[in-house]
Design a binder for this molecule. Sequence first.
Ligand SMILES: Cc1cc2nc3c(=O)[nH]c(=O)nc-3n(C[C@H](O)[C@H](O)[C@H](O)COP(=O)(O)OP(=O)(O)OC[C@H]3O[C@@H](n4cnc5c(N)ncnc54)[C@H](O)[C@@H]3O)c2cc1C
Length: 410
Amino acid sequence: MSIKIDDKSCVKCGVCEIQCPFGAIEMVGENMTITEKCTLCGACLDVCPVEAITRETIKTVTSMEKSDYHHVWVFIELHNGVPRNVGLELLGQGRLLADENKEKLVGVIIGEGSQKVANSIFNYGADEVIIVEGPQYGVYNTEVYTHVMATLIEKYKPATILIGATNNGRDLGPRVACRVKTGLTADCTDLGIDKETGNVEWTRPAFGGNIMATIVCPEHRPQIGTVRPNVFKKPIKDDMRTGNLISETVIIDDAKIRTRSINFIKNFDANHVNLEEAQFIVSGGRGLGKKENFEMIESLAEALSGTVGASRAVVDAEWISPLHQVGQTGKTVGPKVYIACGISGAIQHLAGMSSSDIIIAINKDPEAPIFDVADFGVVGDLTEVIPEFTKHILDYKNGTYMTRNLKNNG
Ligand SMILES: Cc1cc2nc3c(=O)[nH]c(=O)nc-3n(C[C@H](O)[C@H](O)[C@H](O)COP(=O)(O)OP(=O)(O)OC[C@H]3O[C@@H](n4cnc5c(N)ncnc54)[C@H](O)[C@@H]3O)c2cc1C
C-alpha cells in the first residue's frame, strides 16, 4: 500500500502538510512530497480539497487456498489446571463468528489434565474440543506450545484462531502466526465480521491509543488475533451441552526445545496485580494527592480481598507501578465491584473498566464524569471516606458491625 500525490491536480494549498499527524508531508522543490515518516494513516486523503491524494493498494498474490480453511478455534489457556476466564469469554465471541460463517466452534486445550476441563468448554458453547495432554505441557513453554499449535493448524486448517491477550497468549500468538505464515492482530478490544468476505474484523487501539483501527487479514489463513481479557462477558453456561472430544498426540523432538523452566516460582507477586481476574478492584487516581495516600487504597483493597488498580495519571507520576494501570493503554478489567477513588473518569480510563458489574465512585466533584458510569457514588473527600469505608468492611468481616452500630444508635 502507498499514498501518492498527483502533482498535476495538486494546488499546493498546504492543507495536507498541516493536517498530517506525523509531519510526513512537505514541500520539496515545487511539489508536495510524502516522506518516509508516512504511516499510511490516510488522514491526508480526507482533507485534500482537490482530491489529488490517493491511496494505492497493491494486490498481493498468495499461494494459499483460503477455501481449505474452516471453523473458529479458541485457545483455552489453563492456569493451575483451570481455564482462564478470557478463554471462556472468547468462546462467546467465537460462537457468534462461527454462526455467522456457518462453521464449528472448536476449543483447543494444551495442558496437563486438559481432559478434565473439556466438558466445561462444551458447556460454554464449543462444538468440538481438541486436547493435547501430558506432563510436558503443565508449564507454558513457548517452543512446545508453538510446535503443538502449528502441528494442529497444519492438520485441521482452522479459518480463525482467537487467543486471550494474557502474558502467555501474547507470547504464543505471534510465534504461531509466524510459524504458519499468516497475520496476527494483537491486543484486540472488539471483533466483527465482514459478511461478504467472511473476514474477521479485528479492532484495536493504534497510534498510542489515539485511534481505533479495524484490521483484516484478507489473503491468509488462519486469521489470528489476541483479544484482551474482560472486553467480552462470559457466555451463559449450559450444563446439558456436549460435543465431540478429539484427543491428539503431538511428537516433539526434545533436542529442539531450547528453553527450560528450572525453578518455577509459584504465584510470584503476580497475584497482587492480577487485575484481569480480580473480583474486587480498588483504584486510585490523582485525587489521592500524594503517593503515600495509596496506603488507603491498599488497606481498602486488602479488607475486600481485592486488587489495587490505578489511573494513568498516578502511574505517570510514579506513585505506583504500571502493572496496576487500568484503561485503554493499561489493563481491561471486569470485576464484580470496581471502586474508583479520586479518578475523574476520562474516556481512556472508562475504556478499561466500564464492563465491571458494579462501579462505586468516590470523588469530591459532583460533576466528575465517573459518576455518569457509577452505580453508586459518594461525593466527598476521599481521605475521610476511604478510611471510614474500610473500617465498616473490617467491622463487618469481624462480626462487630451490628454491635458497633447498635451502640452508636444509643
Ligand atoms: C492515548 C491516551 C491513552 C490513555 N490511557 C489511559 C489509561 O489507560 N488509563 C487511564 O487512567 N488514563 C489514560 N489516559 C489518561 C486520561 O486521559 C486521564 O488523563 C487520566 O485517566 C486522569 O487520571 P485521574 O482521573 O487519576 O486524574 P484527574 O483527571 O486529574 O482526576 C482526579 C480526580 O480526583 C478528584 N479529587 C481530587 N481531590 C480529591 C479528594 N480529596 N477526594 C476525592 N476526589 C478528589 C477530582 O475531582 C478529579 O475528578 C490516556 C490518555 C491518552 C491521551
